[in-house]
Design a binder for this molecule. Structure first.
Ligand code: NAD
Length: 461
């Protein structure tokens, strides 16, 4: 089996490690022996230990992913470590560490120190001829202007030529959730290499991990183009979501149902991906990626002239969406949230996964606390909400104890649950921010005397 390392065992790297370990040849034999490498930190060690026990480090409903991990664990072709000497024997090292951006200043700035350190630790050890495949979402220009010089410097220190190791970029489109593993192995990929040879090596490798017959790879002509494709597609989505915000408020004000309107518009193939109203944008990607290109223009391409008004406005609008939910709730509860008890149903930013990073529910929770409300949160995928330092109950609390229930994540459990039985005789206000309740649910609840409101619909719709 060919040795491959995955650097960074987060939401992306852990799943990518499983995907690579699941690659088989025509006879069904595994092609790779995968070593996942993380830092010797509390989080890193925890993720390494879990993978070594055959447990996926994050709660997920994707049974294909856990079965694939179990198989790799039994075969023994996936292990994890904090020891970077694993890079020495790797033919391919896939880089899945994170790169953050600091929103503290008026013009957000990114800092590449941690990514440079990660690349150095590979470059200091990796064998001649190996491929380093960067999957991290980076500001365009990072590979060419920052990582390639770092790589060359380290190779020179070792007496190796700058092209002794190949650098390629292919961003991840992984979607943690019910199709977690397939979103890697059965999904389209874009890639490029610092040289044609690097691009060829990348293509060869990805062709063994991704089902390229059904999902062909797309090679771009430069590594900066590949980096740009990732941040541009995420910015497009962030703008699309932000666009809906003004229509959400319009629909609520004039008393119409924006969901039925969007359903009607979506039948046009040209408009099929128009977004729906919601609580806001969360997660590690859509909250930061739209800031990468404006920052890269300033920091890497030294351009003060380039402006990105749509991208920047989209981020501001998306950040403010939870405040609109707060205002709706406040209005429905008599313009005073002090002392009110609110149950938040779902804290994860995304359906069917326990990921609370930059969740819009956190902004809402903070706003509620500041308004004097008491909150209890429930999420079927989490028993601890680290950002809020809150322990979460393991079963949905009784509705008797609450003035309002805010449905904040569209987990399948909430879509499928029997709301009428759960509500019993209690009558809390229900505010559905993510379109979990069907028309039938809403009508049934109202027939019991319960006030049900939705983000994106006028009062009582
Ligand atoms: N989460 C998603 O849904 C998603 C989807 C597509 C792309 N991405 C992108 O993928 C990248 C990774 O995202 P993530 O969500 O997995 O991040 P994460 O923070 O969950 O994981 C990153 C991991 O890298 C480890 N790490 C950092 N420096 C290291 C080093 N020097 N050596 C070894 N390990 C190191 C960290 O300890 C951490 O475990 C980001 O660029 C992100 O934007 C994420």
């Amino acid at each position: 089996m060919k040795p491959v390392c995955v650097q960074g065992l987060g939401f992306v790297g852990s799943a990518m490690a499983v995907a690579i370990a699941s690659s088989t040849d025509k006879s069904g034999n595994p092609i790779y022996h995968v070593t996942g490498v993380d830092q010797d930190s509390h989080t890193g060690v925890e993720r390494v230990n879990k993978l070594n026990r055959g447990e996926f480090p994050f709660p997920s409903t994707d049974s294909t992913l856990s079965e694939a991990l179990q198989r790799a664990h039994q075969i023994g072709n996936l292990r994890a470590t904090t020891d970077p000497s694993a890079y020495e024997s790797a033919e391919v090292v896939v880089v899945d560490v994170a790169l953050d951006i600091d929103f503290g200043s008026e013009e957000p700035r990114f800092e590449t120190f941690a990514l440079e350190k990660a690349i150095r630790s590979i470059a200091q050890r990796v064998a001649e001829g190996a491929l380093i495949l960067v999957e991290t979402t980076v500001p365009p220009g990072t590979c060419e202007k920052i990582l390639l010089p770092v790589l060359s410097e380290e190779l020179k220190q070792r007496g190796l030529a700058r092209d002794a190791v190949h650098l390629a970029h292919s961003f991840e489109r992984v979607m943690p959730g019910s199709q977690y593993l397939e979103s890697i192995s059965r999904f389209w990929r874009v890639y490029s290499g610092a040289t044609t040879e690097a691009a060829d090596r990348c293509e060869e490798f990805l062709s063994t991990v991704v089902d390229v017959r059904e999902f062909p790879l797309k090679r771009l002509s430069s590594i900066t183009a590949s980096e740009t494709a990732k941040v541009m597609e995420n910015t497009y989505r962030a703008v699309n979501i932000a666009f809906i915000d003004e229509w959400t408020k319009y629909a609520e004000t004039v008393g119409i149902d924006l969901f039925e309107i969007i359903d009607a518009i979506r039948v046009r193939p040209t408009h099929s991906n128009i977004r729906f109203p919601g609580i806001g944008v969360g997660g590690y990607c859509l909250t930061k990626d739209p800031a990468f290109t404006p920052a890269a223009a300033r920091q890497l391409f030294k351009s003060e002239e380039l402006k990105f008004p749509f991208s920047e406005l989209a981020m501001q609008v998306n950040q403010a969406m939870p405040e609109h939910v707060l205002n709706r709730l406040n209005g429905a509860l008599g313009d005073d949230l002090r002392g009110k008890s609110i149950l938040l149903m779902g804290v994860s930013y995304r359906q069917d996964i326990g990921d609370t990073r930059f969740s819009p529910v956190e902004i809402l929770a903070q706003d509620l606390l500041q308004s004097g409300a008491n909150i209890i949160a429930f999420d079927p995928f989490l028993n601890h909400w680290s950002e809020m330092a809150l322990e979460l109950p393991t079963v949905i609390p009784s509705p008797n104890d609450f003035d309002a229930v805010v449905i904040a994540t569209s987990h399948r459990q909430f879509i499928e649950m029997d709301w009428i039985s759960w509500l019993g005789t209690s009558k809390p206000l229900i505010l559905d921010t993510v379109n979990v309740l069907s028309k039938t649910h809403r009508t049934e609840c109202r027939s019991l005397g319960i006030q049900v409101e939705s983000i994106g619909r006028g009062d009582g719709l």
